[in-house]
Design a protein around this ligand. Sequence first.
Ligand code: HEC
Ligand code: HEC
Length: 418
Amino acid sequence: MKAISFAGALTLATMAFAGDPASPPPLPLGLSPQLYQLTVPKPPTPAQVALGEKLFNDQRLSADDSVSCATCHDPAKAFADGKPRAVGIKDQVGQRNSPTVLNALFLATQFWDGRAGTLEDQAKLPILNPIEMGMPSPDAVVTKVRAIPEYRDAFQKLNGREATYDDIASAIASFERTRLSGNARFDRFLAGDSKALSQQEKRGWALFNGKGRCNSCHAGNAVSPLFSDQKFHNIGIAAHKQDFVQLASEALRVVRAGDEEQIDRLALESKLSELGRFLVTRHENDIGGFKTPTLRNTGVTGPYMHDGSLATLWDVMDHYNKGGIPNPFLDGGMQRLGLTEPEIDDLVAFLYALTSDDFQALEKKELASQRARKNNRPERDTAVALGKKGHLGDLAPNPDIKNPADLGLYGPVAAPEK
Ligand code: HEC
Ligand code: HEC
């Protein structure tokens, strides 16, 4: 039954692009054909992808020809930029960290606060944002692109007309729909190669699903290959730094519901940025809520969090270990974890096992630089983490290391060694 409808959809896709047939690309290990088929019912054609890639890398899409999408989503840096917060034209620094574009096609919403629903809608915003690419209007972009002969020809050939702003966004989105990432050590482990992970990485995976409780928001498996529930949570990164009641009432006064361009500017340029998902929904329980990011390639896409405020994965672990930072909107899923230092090392090792083989050299470099900072731990609060101080709820009991189920291991997969 499934196979028939899959083939049917393929035929339709092929018919739609009769002149330029496109077939599903070979998928990296870890991404299922079913998920791809659901997400991309009509794979983009090679011509769309090539044009989109050119646009993605073209600094002429910015006001002063200095910034392209790739400036902040650098293919050599796993489509992130390695900076705490993104830097646009004239060296202007925004409020938020650049997330990777890899696997963004699978996201239910785009941006840390989900303010754009599709890759097409997303792509239209940074080009116009004054501190990112700074173009004054969609018309100005269209005029500029139409005047470049290579684009004139390419768009004519592709659509039989001159480029529109929608056409430009659509080409870029087509390219992004080919940015798939899998092929991590973890994927080989899940596919049955029990030697693909070291003992330490296996212990980390067990802690991820067990004592660390990471899987309550970052579950990873065949149907959820991004390690994200795609929901929004306040994990205590933002909401404690300001008076949220005041900030939220200010937002209610200025935000025009549904105006994506306005919300884009507030999110990147104003202190209202810290309200997160609230700017989009105006629901009180979304204050300081941000989208659970993918954990694929996370070892090579630091610094971390929506504001790039945590430098290393050890800092991230210290943040979770103490139960986040208390604030009235903190997600109920945040609590002290009581992880020991070796357990933190195990979890970090596991996170590094989610790096795609495409970035082995980068992984080596990033891991070395994070390790070098391991003794500088501004987020660490061992007393709170271990339940010796503070009132953040009960610590979970220490798991019985000999009982795999206690650690979150299901089935006979490698019980962690002592
Ligand atoms: C100046 C740096 C910068 C430039 C230029 C830029 N981006 Fe981004 N990008 C960001 C930042 C920062 C975010 C997160 C902003 C937010 O969530 O508020 C982001 C978010 C995204 C996302 C959402 C990913 C997710 O996990 O939700 C996609 C997709 C994306 N950008 C693609 C593009 C494309 C396509 C272009 C070019 C048209 C582009 N970006 C230009 C910095 C940049
Ligand atoms: C309650 C849900 C929740 C739980 C539990 C949780 N996370 Fe997160 N995680 C998030 C959200 C939401 C963010 C982004 C928060 C922000 O930027 O304000 C995030 C961010 C991260 C990041 C940063 C990624 C990046 O690209 O910046 C890492 C790494 C991470 N989490 C790992 C973990 C690990 C490891 C655990 C378990 C110890 C864990 N998370 C538990 C929801 C959760």
